[in-house]
Design a protein around this ligand. Sequence first.
Ligand code: ADP
Ligand code: MG
Length: 253
Amino acid sequence: PEKGSLVLEVDGIRKEFGGLVAVNDISFKLKAGEIMGLIGPNGAGKSTTFNLITGVLPATRGKVGFLGERLDTLPSREIAKLGVGRTFQHVQLLPTMTVLENVALGAHLRRKVSVLSAALHLERRDEAELLHEAARQLQRVGLGDYLYEQAGNLALGQQRILEIARALAADPILLLLDEPAAGLRYKEKQELAHVLDQLRQEGMSILLVEHDMDFVMNLTDHLVVMDFGTKIAEGTPAAVQENPAVLAAYLGG
Ligand code: ADP
Ligand code: MG
């Protein structure tokens, strides 16, 4: 999509868990080539919002549009195939497999064959192509020196970047990252921010859930703030930072 065009349109999505309104009629838009931050205290509904967009959970109501398609009626596998990649809040790597193998598995997501059928019938030529593509993605994010390392041996910051490479291997148009900077050291956060900034320059659209205000302030183009399931503020990082409702939510939370 052309830079600045509409990529994702979330329109009044809602999720109730029994009596709890985890996501309360949230709407926002994300444009191509933008890094948008979705921030808020613990329990605000950020991960649930991701799960609604990616079809991991069904919405109680509301619509999700992606490049003119409706996502909210599709299963998560189809959503991934359309070009929505994601990482989860907790690292989900295969620790005893190599860095390269972890990414090669991610590359299957947007192919026509399932992982299982691919594992059973993969031609050697296809396998070579898959590994080549995985290596290319790892070089793109600066992990080119670690291809044959066990994933579990990497530092946490490298594991988070590895998860991004795995998502990239499925050739996404939009990347959703759930708290990629959580638990990272200052230097690792800087490296992660550099990778994300570089992806943006290549035209990638990114939706970033983050708890860490400092991390999103310098990186994002646009912020949406949630608290108790509700959108309480939206705008540029500079404007949001000064917003009294946001300050109150963070001090109270
Ligand atoms: P955040 O990611 O902003 O920390 P979550 O989206 O994980 O928040 O959670 C929002 C609210 O929904 C919390 O109160 C949480 O306990 C609740 N919640 C999340 N997932 C479920 C679930 N599967 N069943 C019941 N309640 C849930
Ligand atoms: Mg969360």
